[in-house]
Design a protein around this ligand. Structure first.
Ligand code: NDP
Ligand code: ZN
Length: 356
């Protein structure tokens, strides 16, 4: 193998994940090249495998990593080789127009352009990976935050908490979180920190139900046992103030609107599928007169966001490390962990892989 080539795990061709050999990434003047030390697969990686976000080929997967800096560009001032850093899944180009307007998601008119890994750039399941604008997009791993907890901030906590931000949860709100995989569990924790009153969590995996209660869920509803709309309306006495969608299928959108009271807010952080159609009877939206606010979003990125999320860990306000149920060791184990994430075994919440 030439020294300019490296191994990575990703989409060889549509629906076919496997090992790839690719060019080692080049470092621009503001950028960094990292060696991953701890990584995790995400449900979104498996969505890509199944073509839910369009088919990809010859693309390295992975967008959740702690890494060691191997090389920095000549204009990078905050980092040097050997530093251990936390890498947000979303790494905006901070000079782009929408980013300057405070919209951390899209650079211009195309959606999710700040989410480079997984959409158009090789990801972190590689011997080396590239991060643009390192000074603005990387955070040093604080000595008092475990790498596992820090890894859960880069996507799970950032996304779950974004659901809470979109829903604008306030003191005493009656909140429903639909889906309590790792993303929804973080939304439950964020809702509790934001002062929600009632927090109804919808899901069935026993591990997830247990952690949902530990993070602050006051009620658990199973979507496998009866209509969730009726159950949430009954439990809240008329409808939730705020509903966060963090799982489910194309029916879930209409259910979320139906279980929200008039003047309430629906916040979606679930990744729907290209083949999905989202629809609902107009009366669920009060024939357009209900002032039910429907919002959606991909998580913000950048160093400051991740540093602030890690402050919550440092001061004991939340422990996202609880999400980790499976630990693998060695680069070659990415394959096994990825397939575990796809199968969603009943005892799984989140697997991590130490690249040691
Ligand atoms: P999981 O698959 O681990 O969790 C999904 C949850 O939804 C589970 O609790 C599951 O229940 C529940 N669920 C499944 N079917 C239904 C249904 N019909 N009605 C109600 N609940 C249901 O996913 P993740 O937590 O890893 O991710 C959640 C979503 O967030 C994914 O779509 C992912 O792609 C997306 N995502 C979005 C990001 C963003 O920034 N917007 C970033 C990262 C992820 P059960 O307990 O039975 O399994
Ligand atoms: Zn993700």
């Amino acid at each position: 193998m030439s020294t300019n080539l490296m191994r990575g795990y990703g989409m060889v061709s549509p629906e076919k994940p496997g090992w790839l050999e690719k060019e080692r990434p080049a470092c621009g003047p503001l950028d960094a090249i990292l060696r991953p030390t701890l990584v995790a697969p995400c449900t979104s990686d498996t969505h890509v495998m199944h073509g839910g976000a369009g088919y990809k080929k010859n693309l390295i997967l992975g967008h959740e990593a702690i890494g060691e800096v191997v090389e920095v560009g000549p204009l990078v001032t905050r980092f040097k080789p050997g530093d251990v850093v936390v890498v947000p899944c979303s790494t905006p180009d901070w000079m782009a127009p929408n980013i300057q307007l405070g919209k951390s998601n899209a650079h211009d008119y195309d959606l999710m352009t700040s989410f480079k890994f997984l959409t158009f750039k090789d990801g972190v399941f590689a011997e080396l990976f590239h991060v643009n604008q390192a000074d603005a997009n990387l955070a040093l791993l604080p000595p008092d935050v475990s790498p596992e907890a820090a890894l859960m901030t880069v996507d799970m906590m950032s996304t779950g908490f974004h659901g809470v931000e979109l829903a604008d949860i306030g003191f005493g709100d009656k909140v429903c979180v639909i889906g309590i995989g790792p993303v929804g569990l973080m939304a439950v924790a964020g809702a509790a920190i934001r002062g929600a009153g009632q927090i109804i969590a919808i899901g069935t995996r026993p591990n997830c139900v247990k952690i949902a209660k530990e993070y602050g869920a006051t009620d658990i509803v199973s979507y496998k046992e009866g209509d969730i709309v009726q159950q949430v309306i009954a439990l809240t006495g008329g409808g939730a103030d705020k509903v966060i969608i963090a799982g489910g299928n194309q029916e879930t959108f209409g259910q979320a609107v139906a279980m929200t009271r008039a003047m309430g807010t629906i916040a979606n952080i679930n990744f729907f599928d290209l083949k999905d159609t989202l629809s609902m009877p107009a009366w669920h939206w009060g024939l357009g007169m209900s002032n039910k606010d429907i919002r959606c979003g991909f998580c913000p990125g950048g160093a400051v966001r991740i540093q602030r999320l890690m402050e919550l860990i440092r001061h004991g306000r939340v422990d996202p490390g609880k999400l980790i149920t499976h630990r693998f060791h060695g680069f070659d184990q990415i394959d096994e962990a990825f397939h575990l994430m796809d199968r969603k075994d009943p005892d799984l919440i989140k697997p991590v892989i130490y690249i040691d």
